[in-house]
Design a protein around this ligand. Structure first.
Ligand code: NAP
Ligand code: GDP
Length: 325
């Protein structure tokens, strides 16, 4: 019998794991296995910045395994504005989750890092050995250092106690249940919302920055399957990059073009070059993942984007859109 607690279970990635677990056939590669109980916890179930509330959550569900996704998460503009919050909230959340897992005898924890935490100046492509090889980009050093410490903690728990605590490193994620707040969102949900409003209000669609930076995107449902695979098959303390191929970088302009098409927007479309571009690129290698996972099909970018836009349009009234306009 195992109890898998997914922290951050109400967010983009948590909801995708819940969807996969509930829709893949029971007993199949990514479906629920007999004897498994899955618990998806959001911040309403306990504020993980608080040690006592974290302990209470663990006492309630008695997890044997934890997929730890809970974090203060945001796009470039939120990371630039709230560096201390990104540092402190995430340091507290991660320390509480890992230490409570240690104290309560959790058998395995997979935490979530990001390719955003890598050094700004490092040889590309990024791989699992390069996380600590230099300073992060100035735009998100709070988030980056908090997340890097998870890898440091995992090694310390392993060396001192022999624990099976590890981490996954996704690239930019998108999909249903994303955060669509106009200012704090990542680029895809932010631009989907902006494009929707431009179409609805007959106003220009304005993309931040030059449109030239490159990113790798992973569909939340693909990422969810990879987390489930990791839970069952990956028992090494070293992190694992969960990403599409490094040749599949997409420019922000290509992203905006695909969003215009998916939303059906026909009005004026411009770039606000006064806004920051952030890191120019951060291509990550999925070589290690592909050497371990076997057969795995990533959803084509445009198909995943169409599905995400469709979800947003159908769920606009309940989606995390921030202020309604
Ligand atoms: P998200 O949609 O913003 O969800 C964040 C989750 O964390 C929510 O369930 C939220 O709960 C929970 N949470 C936040 N603060 C909390 C607190 N103090 N106590 C308890 N729970 C708290 O984020 P996501 O995109 O799914 O991100 C999941 C993980 O992937 C994070 O670790 C993130 O760093 C990582 N990641 C994300 C991306 C990306 O592009 N989105 C890329 C790389 C890595 P409520 O919503 O209930 O408040
Ligand atoms: P990053 O990968 O951590 O930098 O995160 P984002 O998902 O926030 O992507 C940032 C890139 O998208 C930068 O090059 C921004 O200039 C560009 N971008 C363009 N418009 C937007 C927007 O509306 N929101 C966000 N977050 N980024 C935007």
């Amino acid at each position: 019998m195992s109890v898998i607690l997914v922290t951050g279970g109400s967010g983009l990635v948590g909801k995708a794991i819940q969807y996969v677990i509930e829709t893949e056939p029971e007993g199949s590669r990514f479906g629920k296995k007999p004897g498994e109980t899955w618990v998806f916890a959001g911040s309403a179930d306990g504020d993980l910045r608080d040690q006592a509330q974290t302990k209470k959550l663990f006492e309630k569900y008695k997890p044997t395994h934890v997929i730890h996704l809970a974090a203060l998460v945001g796009g470039l503009f939120a990371n630039m504005k709230y560096k201390l919050d990104f540092l402190r909230d995430n340091v507290l959340i991660n320390d509480n989750v890992l230490h409570t897992s240690h104290l309560t005898g959790v058998k395995k924890v997979i935490s979530c890092l990001s390719t955003c935490v890598y050094p700004d100046k490092v040889e590309y492509p990024l791989d699992e050995t390069k996380i600590h090889l230099g300073l992060p980009h100035d735009s998100n050093f709070g988030y980056a250092y908090a997340k890097r410490m998870v890898d440091v903690s995992n090694h310390a728990y392993k060396d001192q106690f022999g624990h099976n605590f590890t981490s996954a490193i996704p690239t930019n994620v998108f999909g249903p249940h994303d955060n669509y707040d106009l200012e704090s969102a990542h680029v895809i949900p932010g631009l989907v919302h902006k494009c929707y409003l431009a179409k609805k209000n007959g106003t220009p669609f304005v993309v931040g920055g030059t449109g030239k930076p490159l990113r790798q995107f992973i569909y939340s449902q693909d990422l969810a399957k990879l987390f489930i695979w990791m839970l069952r098959n990956y028992d090494d303390v070293e992190p694992l990059i969960l990403s599409v191929d490094e040749t599949e970088e997409v420019s922000i302009k290509q992203v905006a073009d695909a969003i215009v098409k998916a939303v059906g927007f026909e009005g004026e479309y411009t770039f606000d070059t006064a806004r920051a571009d952030g890191q120019f690129r951060k291509p990550a290698s999925n070589k290690k993942l592909l050497s371990l996972v076997g057969d795995f099909q990533f959803t084509p970018f445009e198909q995943a984007l169409d599905e995400s836009v469709k979800w947003f349009l159908e769920n606009y009234d309940t989606a995390r859109t921030g202020k309604q306009q």
